[in-house]
Design a binder for this molecule. Structure first.
Ligand code: D5M
Ligand code: FE
Ligand code: ZN
Length: 471
């Protein structure tokens, strides 16, 4: 047993405090994971490339290029590159947590070791004894202000822990750090064994990439948080959306894919007294209603659907795809994937994540709020982790491999959950937050959360250009 294992096994004194409650709950997570996951299906293997799909990758000569292609002329080309469905192994034991955090630490430090600034990084145990400039990597286990307005970060690796002073007038002071993120530090050790940080390096998206782009203007649209079954589901707005999707509008006709990023129904028993706010109080009834809505969408649209915290799968992330009895209610045109998932659409890598961890960003980072999902998504990319803060509102299942690490860097990163909307880019990654089809709920009113419903972000797969259409 290595030092990191020992340190994790004695978790009472360490940052990711595993209490008896956690262990009991983790057992539950493991059990429900075992019940709910299903075998890998044929869909997950790469489909044989159709002639249409191959041809569509070759850009036509400029003179032939059109502003919009008819999606109906192009076969779907969808491959799930990464998700947990059918691969859950954890039982929620202490060993599982140890293994999970070791995997998270090792994967993120491997990314950091590739950064020039961190060349020759040492173990913390060696860095502590150094008197010169030091470089090391660690997981943040504590963050506290000093009396004079500076900050002290406590960092740990498998060998030791060390205190890092971030002076309020130094460059890293401009950054906000969160518990459990993995960073690299360049600094000098003072005579009291404290490291004065010169720079703090995140795994990040190391270089700005260009959007790969496909040969023609096919598009993908993004929805989430439909909340079918809720009394506040906006059925008239949805009907408008459905009518537009089936219309002759050039953009509508060019939509080849619909990415549905979770909370597709309102669910049952998700929060106290939810029954008072349900128009359909049966979980199958809710998915049946959604299946009818999806079946009414035009055939040229292939939907990929992941679950969210209101859906009928285990709440712990990574969540597997919706279970088979629910999938059976839908047309074959729909592809079910886990939360999160990396899905290739015509070769464009889309990372779809419902976005539950944004609750933890909002409650941890001063100045964050539910209307700034794009800022939180940029932070996730900088940290290369979808849910860096452990032990908050986002339940995490300790899988052998950390599926919440952002790898590969996607071309499009889509979230939902906060019932806001926005599009942006970060170092060449197209960011999409996909609104909601639910009006403000009494709970949101109480928490002062103003939703921005019935907005449809659309991304041109040829250029990465994103627009938002309002209904
Ligand atoms: O989330 C809808 C909105 O409510 C979203 O802005 C997050 C917020 N929300 C949901 N659950 C919580 C908790 N537990 N704390 C704080 N804020 C929350 P939805 O997932 O649709 O219920
Ligand atoms: Fe939601
Ligand atoms: Zn949600």
């Amino acid at each position: 047993m290595g030092p990191l294992d020992r340190f994790l096994a004695s978790c009472r004194e360490v940052p990711f405090v595993v209490t008896l409650h956690d262990v009991v709950q983790a057992g539950e997570i493991g059990r429900s994971a075992a019940v709910r996951t299903r075998p890998v299906e044929a869909l997950r293997a790469s489909p044989p490339p159709s002639l249409t799909a191959l041809v569509s990758r070759v850009p036509p000569p400029a003179s032939f290029r059109r502003e919009s292609e008819a999606a109906a002329d192009h076969a779907p080309d969808v491959t799930i590159l990464r998700d947990i469905t059918g691969r859950s192994t954890c039982e929620g034991t202490i060993e599982d947590f140890t293994r999970y955090f070791r995997n998270r630490f090792e994967t993120l430090t491997r990314m950091l070791r590739g950064r020039r600034e961190l060349g020759g990084a040492q173990d913390i145990s060696r860095a502590r004894r150094s008197t010169r400039e030091v470089r090391f990597l660690g997981m943040i286990s504590d963050i506290r202000p000093t009396k004079s307005g500076h900050r002290i970060l406590e960092l740990e690796d498998a060998t030791d822990r060390i205190s890092v002073l971030v002076l309020s007038n130094s460059p890293p002071a401009a950054e906000t750090f969160v518990m459990d993120e993995v960073v690299g530090v360049v600094g000098k050790v003072n005579d009291r064994g404290l490291v004065i940080a010169e720079s703090i390096v995140r795994p990040d998206v190391p270089v700005a990439k260009t959007f790969p782009g496909i040969g023609e203007h096919l598009r993908a649209a993004f929805v989430s948080d439909i909340h079918v079954g809720s009394t506040t589901f906006l059925d008239e707005k949805w009907s408008k959306l459905a009518a537009w999707l089936s219309s002759d509008d050039e953009i509508a006709r060019s939509l080849r894919y619909l990415v549905v990023s979770g909370d597709v129904v309102d669910g049952i028993g998700v929060y106290p007294r939810q029954d008072e706010e349900l128009s359909i109080d049966d979980i199958y009834g809710q998915y049946e209603a959604l299946a009818r809505m999806m079946a009414a969408l035009p055939d040229h649209l292939t939907a990929v659907m992941i679950p969210g915290n209101h859906d009928a799968v285990r709440p712990a992330e990574p969540q597997p795809a919706l279970p088979a009895p629910i999938q059976k209610l839908f047309d074959s045109n729909l592809i079910f994937a886990g939360n999160p998932s990396v899905v290739s659409l015509h070769g464009i890598k889309v990372l779809a994540y419902h976005g539950r961890s944004m609750d933890d960003f909002v409650s941890t980072i001063p100045g964050m709020n539910y209307h700034r999902p794009l800022d939180m998504m940029k932070d996730m990319l900088k940290m290369r982790h979808l849910a860096p803060i452990y032990g908050g509102k986002t339940p995490i299942a300790p899988e052998a491999e950390d599926h919440l690490i952002i790898d590969p860097v996607p071309d499009i990163f889509a979230t939902g959950h906060v019932h806001s909307v926005g599009v942006d880019t970060y170092r060449g990654v197209v960011l999409v937050n996909s609104s909601t089809w639910q009006a403000q709920t009494p709970y949101q009113k109480m928490r002062n959360i103003e939703p921005l419903p019935a907005r449809l972000p659309i991304v041109d797969l040829a250029t990465g250009q994103a627009v938002i259409k309002e209904f």
